[in-house]
Ligand binder design. Structure first.
Ligand code: HEM
Length: 149
């Protein structure tokens, strides 16, 4: 076996491992955000005032958005991991992975923190993380799209 073949096999293995990493990260993140969905369900069942009262209305919106965006970005991680073998191996994909992980934390995390400390009728300062997470998500998707050529 030539040295060149060995190197490309190692690259292919690293590429496949990157894809599996996305599926793993996405599954654990989905568990976290589905657990948040169950928590919201409990807040309704118990009629908790800190979640359902008029004064804390922004909290309900923010935590619902954290749950929904977190679940959706986790599914994007899993979808990217499943499609990883279709992408051309490239160092830029490592940047895409970092951006998507950053988006997974900043976007739903910003909504969650924005609801943790509310300044009615506005969410708290944590909401500032949301546009950063949005930009990271756009960057990750654009980088992955490039590697489908
Ligand atoms: C992939 C999985 C899931 C996705 C993508 C998802 C997405 C969403 C979305 C988009 C909303 C907002 C609906 C609206 O306000 O119009 C929502 C709300 C909600 N979800 Fe999920 N969901 C998922 C799983 C779950 C699970 C497993 C539970 C727990 C039983 C759950 C509990 C809730 C609750 C209680 C709300 C309403 C929160 C409120 O309005 O106070 N979700 N979800």
């Amino acid at each position: 076996m030539s040295e060149e073949t060995t190197t490309s096999e190692i690259d292919a293995e690293a590429h496949a491992a990157q894809g599996r990493g996305h599926v793993r990260f996405g599954c654990y993140a989905l568990l976290v955000f589905i657990a948040l969905g169950f928590a919201l369900e409990v807040f309704h069942a118990m009629r908790f005032g800190f979640y359902l009262s008029n004064e804390t209305e922004p909290r309900r919106l923010m935590w619902t958005l954290a749950h929904a965006h977190g679940s959706l970005i986790a599914v994007i991680h899993i979808a990217f991991g499943a499609a990883w073998a279709q992408l051309t191996a490239d160092p830029r994909l490592a940047t895409a992975t970092l951006c998507l992980r950053g988006a997974m934390v900043a976007l739903p995390g910003g909504f969650f923190l924005g609801g943790l400390w509310v300044i009615p009728p506005d969410p708290g300062i944590g909401i500032a993380l949301v546009p950063i997470g949005g930009l990271l998500l756009v960057a990750a998707i654009a980088l992955v799209a490039r590697q489908t050529r």
